[in-house]
Design a protein around this ligand. Sequence first.
Ligand SMILES: Cc1cc2nc3c(=O)[nH]c(=O)nc-3n(C[C@H](O)[C@H](O)[C@H](O)COP(=O)(O)O)c2cc1C
Length: 201
Amino acid sequence: MKRYILAITGATGPVMGLRILERLVEDSEVHLILSEPAVSIIKEEVGLDLSEKPEAMLRSWLKEKRSAGASFDGFFVHNGKNLWAPVSSGSFQVDAMFIVPCTMKTLSAIANGYANSLIERAADVSIKEGRPLILSPRETPLSAIHLENMLKLARLGVKIVPPVAGFYSKPESIDDMVDFMAGKVLDQMRIDHDLYKRWQQ
Ligand SMILES: Cc1cc2nc3c(=O)[nH]c(=O)nc-3n(C[C@H](O)[C@H](O)[C@H](O)COP(=O)(O)O)c2cc1C
């Protein structure tokens, strides 16, 4: 079974991270990390209150969304401030880490090795251990600071996959657009999905 870290930070669009979570828990072990601002924005945009017992809340949310019978045994939620969590250590083996969406603040911390939260530390570990790290930075417009931080990370092999909609899949709803953007993130690890229709002539 593959083991992934998925982090959601406090940018608009946490629904994209949640869409990825829905797919990953189907057949992988998932360690979800939420930053404090992410919890507030999930409540605001998705209407899901994760301020208390986030793991239990997300398990029942996933059951509603995916399959009522699933137990999601391999699903863990870590507090973004808990630097003692297993994902803080390079000795804890993972296949990849995703940060979707990724704020410019977290991106900057990662680009500068400033590991002050569990998300930043786990990303720092991914880079030092040479493991796949996929970021979906969400901001517009982008300043030179944002672009420099992204370039620095891209040069280190970090995948920068911003949430940019594609139109060849003929989206008919916001849901279709979210699926497309989440699908493009999953594509980076060759994780199969049917979130969008691939280009075919
Ligand atoms: C409603 C709302 C939307 C935000 N959207 C973004 C965003 O899209 N991108 C971003 O970089 N920061 C955004 N921010 C600012 C971040 O939440 C803020 O920089 C925070 O410190 C990020 O912390 P985190 O990276 O630990 O989650 C937003 C803040 C609020 C309140």
